[in-house]
Design a protein around this ligand. Structure first.
Ligand code: UD1
Length: 342
C-alpha cells in the first residue's frame, strides 16, 4: 500500500516525502512540474536512498491520474498540488479557480472510483481572512481575501460536503501558518520562481546578494514594533504534522481542520534580526507602504493538533533561519544550478 503525494516536488511536498520515506511509508508522487523542479525529487531519493514512482501528471488530466491509481495500490492521499501565489491569483482568478478546484474534483472522483477515501489537504491560515482574535483557533470565522484564499476555503467546503454525502471518508484539513526553513542537509528547500513574494526567501536572497534590499511592508500596524506579525513554522515540523494527520486518519472517519503553527508570533523586524543573528549577515531594508490585503497579526492556537494528533512544532526561529540560510548558500539559484557562490 502506498501514499499518493500530489504536488510532491514542491517545497512542503518534498520535505513531506522525505519524512514519509524515513518513517517507512511507501510513496507515489504526482506533480505537473509547472511550478517545481524534478531535481527536488532526485534529491529526496538521494537523501533517503530510496526510489519511488513519479508521474509527471497534471490533476486537470483525470485519465492520466486514473492510470496512477491503476498501476499502484494507493491507500491514502496527501494533496499539495495547486497554484499558490496570492498576487497572481488576483490577476488570473480563472486559472486559480480552475486549477485548484477542478484539480481537486478530479482527484476526489478518481479516489472514489478506486475506493480510496483518506485525504490530507494542504489548506492555509489564509482561510481565517483578517482574524479578530489571536491566537487563532480552528473554529474562528472563515473568509478569504484573494482568489487563492477562496480556493482553499472552497476546497475545504467541498471536502466537508463529500463527508456529509459519504461518511466513509476520512479527511484532515491542515491549515498551515508560515512555513520557512529547509531540510538540515541543505539539499531541499524553497525555490520560488522569480522575485519571492514571501518574507523569508526574500530576506535570504538579499543576504546572498541576489536582491538589493528588503522592503518592509508597513511599520504602522498595531503590533509590537509596527510591522506585521506571523507564525513562522519550520517546514520539517510541518512535514511531520502531515504524517501525524495521516496516522490519525487510519483509525477514523470524519472531517477535521487542524492549525499547524508554533503559536508564537514574530514581527518582520524581529525576523530580520533573528536572521542576521543566526547567519551573521546584514540585511539592508527600508520601510515601504503596506501591502494590499496584508493583516497585522496572525498566529496559531495549535492545541487541537497537540491533543488530537499528538503533534507540536519543535524547532525554534534560530534553527529555521540557519536552515534557510544553509539551503540558500548551497543553492544560490535554487534547483537550477548546483554550484555554490564564492
Ligand atoms: C502569504 C499569503 C498567504 C499565503 C502565505 C504562504 C499574502 C497577502 N498572503 O502570507 O495567503 O498562505 O503567504 O506562505 O500574500 N513582508 C515584507 N516584505 C516582503 C515580504 C513580506 O515586509 O518582501 C511582510 C508581510 O507584510 C507580512 C510578513 O512579511 O507581514 C510575512 O509575509 P509573507 O511571507 O508574504 O506571508 P503572509 O503575508 O503571512
Amino acid at each position: 500500500m502506498a501514499i499518493l503525494i500530489t504536488g510532491g516536488a514542491g517545497y512542503i511536498g518534498s520535505h513531506t516525502c522525505v519524512q514519509l520515506i524515513s518513517q517507512g511509508y511507501k510513496i507515489v508522487v504526482v506533480d505537473s512540474l509547472s511550478n517545481s523542479n524534478i531535481e527536488s525529487l532526485n534529491r529526496v531519493s538521494e537523501l533517503t536512498d530510496t526510489e519511488f514512482p513519479f508521474y509527471n501528471v497534471n490533476l486537470l488530466d483525470p485519465d492520466s491520474l486514473e492510470r496512477v491509481f491503476e498501476e499502484n495500490h494507493i491507500d491514502s492521499v496527501i494533496h499539495f498540488a495547486g497554484l499558490k501565489a496570492v498576487g497572481e491569483s488576483v490577476l488570473r482568478p480563472l486559472d486559480y479557480y480552475h486549477n485548484n478546484l477542478t484539480g481537486t474534483f478530479n482527484l476526489c472522483k478518481v479516489m472514489e472510483k478506486f475506493h480510496v477515501k483518506k485525504i490530507v489537504f494542504s489548506s492555509s491560515a489564509t482561510v481565517y481572512g483578517n482574524p479578530k482574535l489571536v491566537p487563532i483557533k480552528e473554529d474562528a470565522p472563515l473568509s478569504a481575501t484573494s482568489p487563492y484564499g477562496q480556493t482553499k476555503l472552497m476546497t475545504e467546503q467541498v471536502l466537508r460536503d463529500l463527508f456529509e454525502a459519504d461518511s466513509g471518508w476520512s479527511i484532515a484539513l491542515l491549515r498551515y501558518f508560515n512555513p520557512i526553513g529547509a531540510h538540515l542537509s541543505g539539499r531541499i528547500g524553497e525555490d520560488p520562481t522569480g522575485i519571492p513574494n514571501n518574507l523569508m526567501p526574500f530576506i535570504s536572497q538579499v543576504a546572498i546578494g541576489k536582491l538589493d534590499q528588503l522592503s518592509i511592508y508597513g511599520n504602522d500596524y498595531a503590533t509590537v514594533d509596527g510591522t506585521g506579525v506571523r507564525d513562522y513554522i519550520h517546514v520539517v515540523d510541518l512535514a511531520k504534522g502531515h504524517i501525524k494527520a495521516l496516522e490519525h486518519l487510519m483509525g477514523t472517519t470524519g472531517v477535521e481542520a487542524f492549525n499547524l503553527g508554533t503559536g508564537k508570533g514574530y514581527s518582520v523586524l524581529q525576523m530580520v534580526k533573528a536572521f542576521e543573528k543566526a547567519t551573521r549577515t546584514a540585511i539592508t531594508y527600508s520601510i515601504a507602504p503596506r501591502r494590499p490585503g496584508d493583516i497585522a497579526e496572525c498566529y496559531a492556537d495549535s492545541t487541537k493538533a497537540k491533543k488530537v494528533l499528538g503533534w507540536v512544532a519543535e524547532k525554534e526561529i534560530e534553527e529555521m533561519c540557519r536552515d534557510t540560510w544553509r539551503w540558500q548558500q548551497r543553492n544560490p539559484h535554487g534547483y537550477k544550478h548546483d554550484q555554490v557562490l564564492t
